[in-house]
Design a protein around this ligand. Structure first.
Ligand code: BGC
Length: 443
């Protein structure tokens, strides 16, 4: 039987990009809480540090932006390092601001639409010393930084993400303890969450004042949670985790109300403060009730047995859950940007099929007329993976940390074919991700 031949077209002007964040790629970031965290024994896998990272701050952003441009991409998501822009409470580093201006100009000159994140997990040391996100002062301190930096970059940037993954940030720092400050305290987590919401709302308003035509959103991490069985307890737990992890922030900024740990809170300032839905999707879990797991709120999560795991077992390839996530994002009635999606794979054994099958789901969503406007692959080049150090390799390009050499993985060619042609074809899948062919084009 001849193999099916088909082409999945994307809408004209679709954004094909990659995502990065300042601390993960810049190198030489010493004035933030992550540098401090990395210096503490036992915090990071094998005691690794971001260190020189990908040396973007030393100028290697140019060669990596060239790579993105030369391989057909037309957008890039990156973040700003607050601690560079405002190294102390009372100083602005104009040279650092100028360097960011050059980077933004560098993107625009390469026809890469910049999508700029104002906060991606790292905080200036002085901010943390003043109480950080636990303090009531946090939203105003963040607003000052936003008031300074947005006008400086507005010549080049119109697309903004205020905060990356407020749920992962709060969970990592104040519930799970794997991010600084390493606490486990539901009350503090609730305060941090509220301050993030207020900071986001303030930033949204400031950006629109400076730049009325800007489009502002949040990069929401959405993880799909399936009950492990039909038992009411498993269903309850899956719903509980879904509400607290996935829904809280997005519903607060949509409606001005949110539920946190069984209580409803009002936050009228945040209502209606996003112009697009930014969606970070990686994987999905089964959720099972467990009486003994009181520290984990009486549940455990695991990957279904029959799914393909990433190199270190961190992620599972579950594209159907991605579709579910996009469906949820669509319920907000806003344009959607896939602000992150990708997998860790140093040998590029599983990345091509992860890519093919996830991009396929984006196309399916568009085919339902859901307004998905862009897709940003995490990441352009291997970078520092937080508490997991350098143990996971998410880049389309690999990185040799010693020599700073970039290693072009086969997925680069695949992503280039998709981006350049603004489509995904059966021919491409056969060539780059043959093991996905039958799953994607069943006869
Ligand atoms: C974060 C990125 C991170 C990626 C892969 C996301 O949650 O926004 O900073 O590198 O996951 O671990």
């Amino acid at each position: 039987m001849t193999k099916p031949q088909t082409t999945y077209h994307f809408t004209p002007g679709f954004l094909w990009g990659t995502s990065t964040s300042s601390h993960q790629v810049e190198g030489d970031n010493n004035n933030n809480n992550w540098a401090d965290w990395e210096s503490q024994p036992g915090r990071i896998y094998h005691g690794e540090k971001a260190g020189r990272a990908c040396e973007w701050w030393a100028g290697r952003w140019k060669e990596d932006f060239d790579r993105a441009q030369e391989t057909g991409q037309n957008a890039h998501r990156l973040s700003l390092e607050w601690s560079r822009i405002q190294p102390t409470p009372d100083t602005w580093d104009e040279e650092a601001i100028e360097r960011y201006r050059q980077m933004m100009r560098g993107l625009v000159e390469r026809h890469l639409m910049p999508l700029v994140t104002l906060h991606h997990f790292t905080d200036p040391l002085w901010f943390v010393e003043q109480g950080g996100w636990e303090s009531e002062k946090a939203p105003e301190l963040f607003a000052r930084y936003v008031r300074k930096i947005v006008p400086a970059l507005s010549e080049y940037v119109t697309l903004w993400v205020t905060i990356n993954e407020p749920n992962v940030f709060t969970q990592g720092g104040w519930l799970g303890g794997m991010f600084p400050p390493g606490k486990s305290d539901t009350k503090l987590a609730g305060m941090v969450f509220r301050n993030l919401l207020l900071a986001h709302a303030a930033a949204y308003k400031i950006i629109h004042e400076v730049q009325p035509h800007s489009r502002v959103g949040v990069a929401h991490q959405y993880r799909v949670f399936w009950p492990a069985s039909g038992s009411p307890l498993d269903k309850f737990m899956a719903n509980f985790v879904n509400t607290n992890f996935n829904l809280t922030f997005p519903s607060a900024i949509a409606t001005g109300k949110y539920n946190y740990l069984f209580r409803t809170h009002a936050i009228p300032e945040a209502k209606g403060t996003q112009d697009f839905m930014g969606l970070n999707y990686y994987s999905a879990d089964k959720v099972r009730f467990r009486l003994t797991k009181h520290k984990e709120f009486f549940h455990e999560r695991y990957y279904p047995e029959d799914v393909e795991l990433s190199e270190t077992g961190f992620l599972a390839n579950q594209p159907q859950a991605f579709f579910q996530a996009i469906k949820w994002a669509n319920s907000f009635g806003l344009p959607i940007l896939i602000t992150e999606n990708g997998t860790e794979d140093s040998t590029d054994r599983t990345r091509p099929s992860y890519l093919a099958e996830h991009i396929h789901q984006v196309w399916r969503a568009i085919n339902f007329n859901w307004p998905v406007k862009g897709y940003f692959q995490w990441s352009l080049v291997d970078n520092f993976e937080w508490e997991r150090g350098w143990s996971q390799r998410f880049g389309l390009w690999g990185l040799d940390l010693e020599t700073q050499k970039r290693i072009r993985r086969p997925s680069v060619d695949f992503y280039e074919a998709v981006a350049r042609n603004n489509m995904l074809s059966s021919e491409m899948v056969e060539r780059y991700a043959p093991e996905s062919f039958d799953r994607m084009f069943p006869v």
